[in-house]
Design a binder for this molecule. Sequence first.
Ligand code: ATP
Ligand code: MG
Length: 413
Amino acid sequence: MTAPETVTVVDALTQDGATVRFVGGCVRDAVAGRPVGDIDIATPDPPETVVALLEAAGLRALPTGLAHGTVTALSGDRHYEITTLRIDLETDGRRAVVAFTDDWTADAARRDLTINAISADRDGRLHDPFDGIADLKAGRVRFVGAAEERIREDVLRLLRFFRFYAHYGVPPPDPDGLAACRALAPLVPNLSGERVQAELFKLLAADSAAEVMALIAEEGVLTHVLPEAVDVARLRGLIAVEAALAIDGRQIRRLAAVLTTSPAGIDDVAERLRLSGADRAYLHEVAAASDGFAPVAEERARRHWFYWHGAQLYRELLLLDAARQGGIWPGLTEQLAEAAAWSRPSFPLNGDDVLALGVVAGPEVGVLLRTIESWWVGEDFGPDRAACLARLLAEYRAGGGSVLHRPVNRGTT
Ligand code: ATP
Ligand code: MG
């Protein structure tokens, strides 16, 4: 928050005498002594003024959400969300009609949690109208105002309650917040899939994701959010394995760990959460390959597995398998490293080599090629191109083909 790029933005925004403050996550994380991510700044100036001030200072201003009062400023390599102080006029549980204001406390009051309602002057002086600092220190995640009312205004706050509890909370969870979540959980399916996905993925990133998923299930909330998230024990196992091996906790892997469903169920989850194509494919691939998967003990057989199915997939399956089996076994680390370092050898033949024998283009080409490829893999990728060509020729002759009288249309007489 003291970086030169940030100072440039704050200087620009205060050129007209306005007082601006840091708000939201950056203040919360700075107070908590955690690394600060995106920097959000609030100002009493309306968005058109914000754009004019930024441009006057030679900064780029993107009108990312003018109706909601948000402008994105680009300074150096960083971007900043500049939001005009606002109050909610109308809410329907999904989106709000807002009005701009110059009242800092009113702006803080419309924020979701006390720990998210702290703001800071440019010189670091804190404004904390709802005792967010004390809550942060004590691990109390609680709503600003009456929990039920706040969730009815925007149902996403129900998921945010659990997301922030996962990252900042100390048990037990706030009873009022919990009761409101229990009561209003049936409203979650009205939310857009994108918003639910974002909160769910941020929750899954937490070290305590499994404990919080268990809490969400116990409270009867999970059936309204993600009923397919059955296997919390496996998620717990996965997070333990990732921690023990200092491996990044990919959110999609964690989602795969907790899901128990059919291929059609995966498509359903992907639709509902608006998952990316890559994430959907990951879930399908891992689910299909997990069935009957066991780590491959022999190194040579492992290389063959890597070749046919992918070393990346093997690595994911190993982690998910260890998650289920409950831990690290001797050799697991080595196998993970081996899979990460593996590069796929390239088969020295292609379809042209088969056609050159006179085989007519068609399925037979692929069959022959696959036969030689399987042999080559079985020989542990040793045979070079000449050896593969010789093998191809032998195979072709054994099948009744001849290279001396290249048949124009093999198979018909
Ligand atoms: P992070 O960026 O690390 O996920 P954050 O606190 O910055 O955390 P954002 O979603 O970026 O979270 O929102 C910024 C701030 O805007 C929050 O700290 C909170 O004050 C407010 N806010 C965001 N979403 C809501 C909401 N649904 N209801 C009320 N206030 C919200
Ligand atoms: Mg943020």
